[in-house]
Design a protein around this ligand. Structure first.
Ligand code: ADP
Ligand code: MG
Length: 338
């Protein structure tokens, strides 16, 4: 989940995400032939999906195996050939398509599994870059590096202050005395997320060239520049134990994403507006690519019940849906379980 620094990664700015203890689990074994057989417990209606090491063409309907296949294709493209096929089973407990990057988690676990099973010489940072490359070039989403980096490089109880231009990073301990990170799922999935996301990326690169003439480009550029400043200030505030300032910067990030970058949506705005009214809420904003998905909030322990009750009531009244809440913990990056 990203605490602050949204849509700044592909704009060469700073981000401040952390890995969560929810994630994706994968078991794999080598085969004697070149077949690839996939089974996801999250898509059990699809049963076992078969492909092979000779079929690296993305499924046009966006079948889920495009993600692990894309990672394998990217490994092969870097000269790391898979000498045998695989049987793979997986299960994830990250809600899909909600801005918590289940796709990046799936890419990272695939890369980590390949490294482990074929003894490839790659670092976790390489796995993040390979994941981004495959999502860009195999899945057609021009995402930045943030999600894969957070998933691959995560550290328990720390967020990652990452300069997406240079990939310089530092871990910053998240010590929330008497407060928790609460993720709220709007349960809204916009079907055009990938195209809208890619539009933003194009519009903001336009803003670098043509900032003044075009109003849309100006707003997109304004967000990218100020959001980067907010992220730097937020990390500084956190280091000084000034969580109140951190929260105010989160709120300002939301306003900017809502009004200038225009990647929020009315449903998510209801959740954020309602959260802002509660005295025990330190900060609340949309997180992830946007157009639906989740909000991230820092909520004092004693206000969590009220937070859930008030947001549920307002959301049911105004949107007609029930949000889901996850009180999350910050976890490590990938590891081998057995
Ligand atoms: P997000 O990354 O925000 O969760 P995306 O649309 O980028 O949303 O990625 C979600 C897609 O990733 C799913 O539709 C599916 O194709 C794939 N995916 C993620 N987790 C799993 C899983 N456990 N099993 C199979 N596919 C998965
Ligand atoms: Mg994704």
């Amino acid at each position: 989940v990203n605490l602050i620094g949204e849509h700044t990664d592909y704009n060469g700015g700073h981000v401040f995400p952390c890995a969560l203890t929810i994630g994706t689990y994968m078991a794999a074994r080598k085969r004697d032939d070149r077949k690839l057989r996939f089974y996801s417990m999250n898509f059990d209606n699809l049963g076992v999906v078969e492909s092979s090491l000779d079929e690296f063409t993305p499924d046009p309907d966006g079948l889920w195996i495009n993600y692990p296949m894309g990672v394998m294709w990217a490994f092969e493209g870097r000269g790391m050939k898979l000498e045998s096929g695989l049987d793979i089973v997986l299960f994830g407990n990250i809600p899909n398509g909600s801005g918590l990057s289940s796709s990046a988690s799936l890419e990272v676990v695939t890369g980590y599994m390949l490294k482990d099973i074929y003894s490839f010489n790659v670092t976790n940072q390489d796995i993040a870059l390979i994941g981004q490359y495959s999502e860009n070039n195999y899945n057609g989403c021009n995402c930045g590096i943030m999600d894969q980096f957070a998933s691959a490089m995560g550290k328990k109880d720390n967020a990652i202050f990452l300069d997406c231009n240079t990939l310089d990073f530092e871990y910053a301990p998240i010590v929330l005395d008497g407060a928790k990170i609460v993720v709220t799922n709007s349960m809204v999935k916009h079907s055009l997320v990938t195209s809208a996301y890619n539009d933003r990326r194009n519009e903001s690169s336009q803003a670098h060239k043509d900032a003044i003439k075009d109003e849309v480009a100006r707003k997109r550029g304004k967000h990218a520049v100020y959001e980067n400043q907010r992220t730097i200030k937020a990390v500084k505030a956190l280091k000084e134990n000034d969580i109140e300032t951190f929260g105010k910067l989160m709120n300002a990030s939301h306003v900017s994403l809502r009004d200038d970058y225009e990647t929020s949506c009315p449903e998510v705005d209801v959740l954020v507006d309602e959260a802002w009214k509660i005295p025990g809420v330190i900060g609340s904003r949309i997180t992830g690519g946007g157009f639906g998905g989740c909000t991230v909030s820092i909520v004092k322990d004693e206000a969590i019940d009220q937070f859930k009750a008030n947001l549920t009531k307002a959301y049911e009244e105004k949107v007609g849906k029930t949000p889901e809440f996850y009180v999350v913990s910050i976890g490590d990056g990938p590891s081998r379980l057995a």
